[in-house]
Design a protein around this ligand. Structure first.
Ligand code: SF4
Length: 714
């Protein structure tokens, strides 16, 4: 006898509502969109294919203990029980902390933890209990620039806004491809871009700024203005200049809510459109056209996403995009950018930045009690130097998702202890001393925590575990709490020794912020409570957390960190580059999503099995390249070989590859290993020049490459 349960997908920001059909044995047999859900009830093929991940025979069922040396690329593992595994891990971590201090224990937070509310909430208290500031994570390859930027501009990392697409008359969309990747840091229902069609239908305009024409940029939705990769900050400065020159600044609003506006305008003045056009590739007339449209639109939003974030100056670009929204009067305004209601409508002040001194230099940990992370590009150096001796990975796979794979592998061999908490034996887990089996999102209770405060339709949804955990899998918060207990540091077991449902207790605490309980939510349709919409203008009273309650239009920390001088230096570098310089950017396809899908056979068939190097026809002609040619892609970090795919969507001077591939040594994921593809991140820059100071965001896109043809044997 089948029955149905409401839940939601936890792969990306929309948290799409789904209905799981469960058979008499308690197994989920199918997933479909929850069409009755107030968010509109849509879900994409990736989420609806999640049973392929959940039921994968390569899923981890039991804790694994390594029996051979980490210098062996293929781990030999034996199954073990939780108690001996956790006792050994706890004792070894405690010994490392006692001998080398708490910072010798580092944590790395993978992207899936952002979609696991109890684990996300458990991570910071665990690291605080350890006493370690060595916090790393996939966010430095994704969007930590936005969080840190919001902290400096608004005073709280939680104050980042989203475009009000339901009401907007104009969208300038930069470095994003929402048709394929949805909206980063904006939880907007996955509606196949209907929201943009409606914007157009009410007479609005959408323009994309991208180095390639993405699937989102169609005649129906809006055109692409091709930008040279990594030059967005200069385009935005030029756009701000043009807006100022047109008289598009809402001086009254800026004076009322802002400070340091003159310093912002002085910065922008360095980069007028006619100075930057040759660097950005966007003609002066197009900058002025966009400036006029933004000034004349009844409401407008500039939105920038991952493509910009990853390209060397992500926080400065975020700052300028926010400032354009602010000075034009569109920030905190219907149809502009808004800060929606959330489960926790609180905006803790960013507690400055903390200096972390190490043998390889001093680093800034932004917002140490918030989402701040140290630069992942420095992790191998910190391990090699002996500063980091143990590493705990929470659903993290840094060998594939960060730069410099070979450097990272060599460094990981030197660790005293490497722990991976995951649902698979990933490429990085293959090197671990212990691989601890976590639950999938169908096996754990949860709420849509991270999406809240960023939702176009604000709601809180609760889900039970839809299926009992298979094998000996446990929720990540329980695993962390048990490790803490074995280390003899603070854990949830101190106050509640017998607690089994650690995740439930964390969810109860989170819901209590709104006076809610799990039982209340469980009794509601789709287990969902719609939150009241808020007046967009309330942003100015709810979300500004500098002591003076103002928006800092030019945070002094930017100049102190040397970001403006660096910006000038990079501009000179770019201006001096040869015209035929190729830059490598990231591209996501509908069949890949970071590390979620590499072992799903149906997503690894035909062209989807590989991640070719895409290059535009003009560049292919110039380099005498054809589809299927083998080339070596060379950067300062090394080279990888790939097959060429000539792709007319690519702008001039732009090459693109999909990351998340390169699994030829991922022996625990058999489909991924048979269809490994190329780890393009292996040649992304590493070290002190490879991250943006202050935000610690990795430079992992818009990277200069050289292409060497590999001749086929006659
Ligand atoms: S859009 Fe994201 S959250 Fe929604 S179903 Fe697809 S993968 Fe899941």
């Amino acid at each position: 006898m089948h029955h149905e349960k409401h839940s939601f997908c936890r792969i990306c920001e929309p948290f799409c509502p789904v209905v799981a059909s469960v058979d008499g044995a308690g197994k989920v047999v199918s997933l479909r969109p929850d069409e009755s859900h107030p968010s509109g009830g849509t879900a994409c093929h990736k989420g609806l294919s999640f049973l392929d991940v959940h039921n994968d025979p390569d899923r981890l069922d039991h804790p694994l203990r390594r029996t051979n040396g980490r210098e062996q690329p293929r781990g030999l593992f034996v199954e073990t029980d939780w108690n001996p595994a956790l006792a050994d891990i706890g004792a070894r971590l405690a010994a490392i902390r006692d001998a080398h201090g708490p910072n010798a224990i580092a944590g790395y937070l993978g992207n899936p933890i952002a979609f696991d509310a109890p684990a996300y909430a458990a991570y910071l208290p665990f690291m605080e209990a350890v006493g370690s500031r060595m916090r790393f994570g996939a966010n430095t390859q994704d969007m930590v620039n936005k969080l840190t930027g919001a902290g400096h501009i608004y005073g709280s990392t939680r104050s980042a806004l989203i475009p009000d697409l339901h009401n907007s008359d104009y969208l300038l969309c930069m470095g994003a491809n929402p048709k394929v990747s949805r909206w980063t840091m904006a939880s907007i229902p996955n509606d196949g871009l209907d929201i943009l069609r409606k914007l157009r239908a009410r007479g609005g305009t959408v323009r994309f700024i991208n180095p390639r024409r993405t699937e989102s940029s169609t005649e129906e939705i809006g055109p692409t203005h091709f930008i040279r990769p990594g030059t967005d900050v200069y385009f935005l400065a030029a756009l701000l200049n043009a807006i100022i020159a047109r008289g598009g600044v809402d001086r009254e609003r800026v004076a009322r809510f802002g400070k340091n506006a003159d310093a912002l305008f002085d910065f922008a003045a360095r980069y007028p459109a006619d100075r930057v056009a040759a660097v950005t590739g966007i003609p002066v007339a197009e900058v002025w056209l966009i400036a006029r449209e933004i000034c004349e639109a009844p409401s407008a939003a500039v939105y920038m996403s991952t493509g910009v974030s990853q390209s060397r100056q992500g926080m400065l670009a975020y700052w300028l995009s926010e400032m354009i929204n602010f000075v034009t009067g569109n920030l905190g305004r219907k149809g502009g950018t808004i800060k929606p209601n959330g489960l926790i409508d609180a905006f803790p002040p960013m507690v400055g930045s903390q200096q972390v001194s190490t043998s390889v230099g001093d680093f800034t940990l932004p917002d140490p009690i918030g989402p701040g992370l140290l630069p992942t590009t420095m992790l191998p150096d910190l391990i090699e130097a002996g500063d980091v001796r143990a590493l705990i990975l929470w659903s993290g796979n840094p060998l594939i998702s960060t730069g410099g794979e070979e450097r990272m592998r060599k460094a990981f061999e030197k660790l005293d202890l490497l722990i991976s908490i995951d649902i698979f034996r990933s490429a990085t887990a293959e090197l671990a001393d212990y691989v601890l089996p976590a639950t999938s999102w169908l096996e754990r209770k949860d709420i849509n925590l991270v999406g809240m405060g960023m939702q176009a339709i604000p709601y809180v949804q609760y889900t039970e575990a839809i299926e009992a955990p298979g094998g000996n899998r446990r929720d990540a918060p329980w695993i962390l709490a048990r490790i803490a207990q074995e280390m003899g540091i603070a854990s949830v077991f101190d106050e509640n020794p017998g607690i089994e449902d650690v995740s439930g207790a964390i969810i109860d605490q989170l819901l209590a912020n709104r006076g809610l309980t799990r039982a209340q939510l469980a009794s509601m349709p789709s287990q969902t409570l719609l939150l009241d919409p808020l007046d967009p203008e309330s942003f100015y009273t709810r979300c500004l957390r500098h002591p003076d309650g103002r928006i800092d239009c030019c945070p002094p920390a930017f100049a102190e960190a040397g970001l403006f001088e660096r910006c000038d230096r990079i501009f000179d570098e770019l201006a001096g580059e040869p015209d035929d310089m190729l830059k490598l950017v990231n591209i996501r396809t509908p069949y890949h999503h970071n590390g979620w899908m590499p072992n799903v056979a149906r997503f690894r068939r035909g062209r989807n099995a590989e991640n070719p190097l895409r290059i535009g026809p003009a560049d292919a002609d110039r380099l005498d390249l054809f589809d299927g040619d083998q080339v070596r892609i060379v950067t300062q970090e090394g080279g990888v070989d790939a097959e060429v795919l000539v792709d007319a969507s690519m702008g001039p001077g732009t090459a693109a590859m999909t990351h998340g591939f390169g699994n030829h040594r991922t022996y625990g994921m058999r489909v991924a290993q048979r269809r490994p593809g190329v780890n393009v991140n292996a040649v992304m820059p590493m070290g002190p020049e490879a991250f943006e100071p202050l935000s610690n965001m990795s430079w992992i896109s818009a990277v200069p490459i050289r292409i060497e043809k590999i001749d086929r044997p006659e």
